[in-house]
Design a protein around this ligand. Structure first.
Ligand SMILES: Nc1ncnc2c1ncn2[C@@H]1O[C@H](COP(=O)(O)OP(=O)(O)OP(=O)(O)O)[C@@H](O)[C@H]1O
Length: 675
C-alpha cells in the first residue's frame, strides 16, 4: 500500500494537498489502524537534507569533494538504508546528518530537524558505530544495566532502570545470552552478531527518536545480518514511538533489503537513487539495467555502480557499456525522473509543516551517580581482568620472594648500609616500573570511555575520578602483600610504623606510574608505542632519581635541574632512606674515623638526601604529584577534544582561502557538554 502511494504520488501545486499526501503516505506505512502509533508519529523526528555537499581540504591535494548535492529525508517509523560501493560516502553522509563530521571537513547545504535548524538534545538521537567497543569482562545484563544507570535520569528508580535494561535486552533478542560475558581477544564470549546487538541495546536505552547506525551488519554472516537488521527495523515502531532509523549498509541479502522502507543509493558521493526501496528495481529496469532473474537486487545495484573494478555492464538488450557510462546514465535518469521531483517536494513539505521543536534537554544521571556507577563497573572489570592486577600481583610476589631471599637477614653492619640502599632503590624503581604491565587493559578502558564520551553518556571528570577510586584497593593489595615480603624477609628497620610508611611510599609510586601511563595512553593510544614511551620516561627518571648517580654528581643543566627535581624517584628514594636510617646508628668501618656513624650522617653524606624536611614531606610531594598527574590526564583529555579538531583544521587548511566550502557549525558532537 505504502509503495503504491509512493509510486503514484504526483507533483501537486497545492501545498496543503501535498502535505496531506505526505502525512498519509507516512501514516499508511504503520501497522493498520494502530491509532497509538499514528498519534505518536507527530512526536517523531523528521530529518531532511537539501543540496548537501561535503568536502575535505588539505594543504597537499587541495579540496576533495566527498558528497555532491544530496537531498533526501528520513521519517518517523521508517528505516532508511544508505547503500553504495566502498568509499562512496555512506559513513560521511551518516556523520554529516548526525553532526559528527570532523572540523577539517567542510559542509554546505541544509540539514533540518522537524523543518528547523536545531540541535538534537542528549538522548534524542543515538549513533551506533561500526566497531563494538565494549567491556569484555561484563555480562550482557551487567553491561546494559550499568549503562542504564549511567545514562538514565536520577528521577527514575533503580527498579525502573533495571526494567528498562531488561526490556531493551529482550527487544534485541538477547534474553538467552543475558548472563554470558561479552568476551574478546583470548576470551570466548558473545558472537559478533550478539555484540552488535549489545552495542545497539546500550544506545537505545534512552529511547532516542532518531537512530544512526554505521554498517550494523559488517562482519556478520547473512543469517546474523538478517537477525540484527530485523530487530533494528522493529525498533522503528516499538513502544508506540515512531523512531527514525538511518543505517549505512554494505551488501544486504534480499531478505534484509525487504526490511528497508527507503533507499539512498550513492556512487562517488552522488545520488543514483533515493526513494522507496521496493521501487528501486523498477527504476533500474526503466533506466536500462534490469536485474537478472535469480539475482539479489541489491547485489545487482551495487555491481552496476561499482567502478573500483572496471567491467562492462549489460544494458538491457543493447549490449555492454562501461561502469562509468552506466553510472552517468543512472545519474541523469534519476535527475530527470519524477522520483527526484518527489523527493525535493517532500523535503519542501516537511520544511513547511511545523512538527514543533524537539525537547531541548533530557537529564542524565547526576554526576555523583555517574562516579559511583563508573567506580563499581571499573572495580568489577579490574577484578575480572587477570591482566589488570592479578598477574602483576603474582609477578610481584615472585619477585619479592626473590628479593627477600637474595637480601635475607641483611644484618646491621657498615656494609648493610649500601645493601639497604640498593634494596630500597630497587623496590622504589623496578617494582613500581612494572606497573606499566596494566597498560593494555587501560588502553581498552580508554576505548570504551572514548565511545561513551562521544555518545554523551558521561564526562571525562567522572571517568578520571572513578578510575582512580576503583584502582585504590588493588594498589593497596599489590603494595602491602609483596611489600611485606620484601620488607620483613631481609629484616629492614624494625617497627610496624616503618613498614606502614614503606608500604605508603610503594603505593604512591605505583599510583604515580599508573597516572603516568594514563597520560601516555591519552597521547599514544597504542599498546606497543605506549609501553615503550612509558618505559623510556621512567628509565630517565630512575637515572636521575639520585641513587645510580648521586644528586651532587648530576650535571646541573637538564639532569639536576629540572629532571632530578621533577622525577618522583627522588622523593621515593629519599622518603624510604629517611624511613630506614633516621635515628639509627651503624658501626663505622672508616679507618681513623669515629666508631659509629649516625643515620643522619648516612643520609646527608652518603645518599646526599635533602634534610630540610621529614620523610612525611617526601610522601606529601608524592601524593601531590599523583593529584597533579591525574589533573594533567584530565586536562589532556579535555584539551584533546577541543584542540585536536583545531589543529586538524589548521593542518588541512587549503592553500587558497577562496574555497566554497563552509565549515559545518554543527560539527561539534550533538550532545551537551559534560563535566
Ligand atoms: N576526514 C577525511 N579526510 C580525507 N578523506 C576522507 C575523510 N573522510 C572521508 N574521506 C574520503 O571520502 C570518501 C568516502 O568515505 P566514507 O568513509 O564516507 O565511505 P564509505 O562509503 O562509508 O566507505 P566504506 O563502505 O568502505 O566504509 C573516501 O574516499 C574517503 O577516503
Amino acid at each position: 500500500m505504502a509503495s503504491l502511494i509512493h509510486s503514484t504520488l504526483q507533483p501537486n501545486t497545492n501545498p496543503e494537498i501535498n502535505t496531506a499526501i505526505l502525512e498519509m503516505d507516512t501514516i499508511n506505512r504503520l501497522p493498520s489502524k494502530n491509532k497509538v502509533v499514528r498519534t505518536q508519529l507527530e512526536d517523531g523526528v523528521f530529518l531532511t537534507w537539501q543540496d548537501l555537499c561535503v568536502s575535505v581540504s588539505n594543504k597537499k591535494s587541495g579540496t576533495k569533494s566527498i558528497l555532491q548535492g544530496l537531498s533526501g529525508y528520513a521519517r518517523p517509523g521508517e528505516l532508511l538504508a544508505i547503500m553504495g560501493p566502498s568509499g562512496c560516502g555512506k559513513s560521511t553522509l551518516l556523520d554529516a546528518l548526525a553532526g559528527r563530521l570532523g572540523s577539517n571537513i567542510g559542509q554546505r547545504g541544509e540539514i533540518l530537524v522537524n523543518g528547523r535548524k536545531q540541535a538534537l538534545a542528549y538522548g534524542t538521537s543515538a549513533y551506533v558505530t561500526q566497531d563494538d567497543t565494549l567491556m569484555m569482562t561484563l555480562t550482557v545484563r551487567e553491561a546494559v544495566y550499568y549503562s542504564a544507570q549511567l545514562q538514565l535520569s536520577d528521577s527514575m528508580s533503580k527498579s525502573e532502570k533495571k526494567e528498562r535494561a531488561e526490556t531493551t535486552i529482550k527487544e534485541m533478542g538477547l534474553q538467552d545470552a543475558v548472563d554470558t560475558r561479552i568476551g574478546g581477544w583470548g576470551v570466548k564470549g558473545l558472537s559478533g552478531g550478539q555484540k552488535r546487538r549489545v552495542s545497539i541495546c546500550i544506545e537505545i536505552l534512552t529511547r532516542p527518536k532518531l537512530l544512526f547506525l554505521d554498517e550494523p551488519t559488517s562482519g556478520l554472516d547473512s543469517a546474523a545480518s538478517y537477525y540484527v537488521m530485523s530487530r533494528i527495523a522493529g525498533l522503528g515502531q516499538r513502544d508506540g514511538i515512531g523512531r527514525t532509523i538511518i543505517a549505512s549498509i554494505h551488501q544486504p541479502s534480499s531478505e534484509v533489503f525487504q526490511l528497508f522502507h527507503n533507499l539512498c543509493l550513492l556512487s562517488s558521493g552522488r545520488t543514483v537513487y533515493f526513494g522507496p526501496a521496493s521501487a528501486a528495481n523498477e527504476f533500474f529496469t526503466l533506466s536500462g539495467f534490469p536485474c537478472p532473474t535469480h539475482q539479489n537486487p541489491s547485489d545487482h545495484f551495487l555491481k552496476t555502480i561499482n567502478k573500483d573494478f572496471q567491467q562492462d555492464v549489460e544494458q538491457g538488450l543493447a549490449g555492454a557499456i562501461s561502469t562509468e557510462e552506466a553510472i552517468e546514465i543512472l545519474l541523469s535518469s534519476y535527475k530527470s525522473s519524477e522520483r527526484y521531483e518527489q523527493v525535493r517536494k517532500q523535503v519542501a513539505e516537511i520544511y513547511k509543516q511545523d512538527h514543533g521543536e524537539l525537547e531541548t534537554k533530557r537529564s542524565h544521571a547526576s554526576f555523583l551517580t555517574q562516579c559511583s556507577v563508573l567506580t563499581r563497573r571499573s572495580f568489577v572489570n579490574m577484578y575480572r581482568d587477570l591482566g589488570y592486577y592479578w598477574l602483576r600481583l603474582a609477578i610481584y610476589i615472585t619477585l619479592c620472594l626473590g628479593l627477600g631471599t637474595v637480601y635475607h637477614n641483611i644484618g646491621h653492619s657498615y656494609a648493610s648500609i649500601q645493601a639497604r640502599g640498593a634494596l630500597l632503590s630497587f623496590i622504589a624503581s623496578f617494582l613500581t616500573f612494572m606497573a606499566i604491565g596494566g597498560f593494555p587493559s587501560f588502553v581498552e578502558d580508554m576505548k570504551v570511555f572514548e565511545r561513551e564520551r562521544l555518545n554523551g553518556h558521561y564526562g571525562a571528570t567522572a571517568f578520571v575520578i572513578s578510575n582512580t577510586l576503583s584502582a585504590v584497593p588493588y594498589l593497596i593489595l599489590v603494595s602491602v602483600i609483596p611489600g611485606a615480603m620484601a620488607y620483613y624477609l631481609p629484616e629492614l628497620r624494625k617497627g610496624h610504623e616503618h613498614f606502614l610508611y614503606f608500604a605508603l611510599v610503594l603505593f604512591a609510586c605505583m599510583m604515580l606510574v599508573e597516572s603516568l601511563m594514563m597520560i601516555v595512553a591519552s597521547i599514544v593510544p597504542n599498546y606497543l608505542m605506549g609501553i615503550i614511551t612509558g618505559a623510556g620516561i621512567q628509565g630517565l627518571m630512575i637515572l636521575v632519581g639520585g641513587f645510580f648517580r648521586l644528586p651532587n654528581d648530576l650535571p646541573k643543566p637538564l639532569w639536576k635541574y629540572p629532571l632530578h627535581e621533577i622525577a618522583f624517584h627522588k622523593y621515593a628514594y629519599q622518603g624510604m632512606f629517611k624511613n630506614e636510617f633516621e635515628g639509627e646508628v651503624y658501626p663505622n668501618n672508616k679507618v681513623g674515623g669515629p666508631p659509629i656513624i649516625t643515620g643522619e650522617e648516612i643520609l646527608r653524606d652518603l645518599w646526599q638526601a635533602e634534610m630540610g624536611y621529614s620523610k612525611w614531606g617526601d610522601l606529601a610531594v608524592l601524593l601531590g604529584m599523583i593529584a597533579f598527574y591525574r589533573l594533567m590526564f584530565l586536562g589532556i583529555i579535555k584539551a584533546n577534544e577541543k584542540v585536536k579538531p583545531m589543529i586538524k583544521a589548521f593542518i588541512s587548511m587549503p592553500p587558497k582561502q577562496n574555497t566554497q566550502v563552509t565549515v559545518n557549525p554543527s560539527s561539534t558532537p550533538l550532545h551537551g557538554e559534560m563535566m
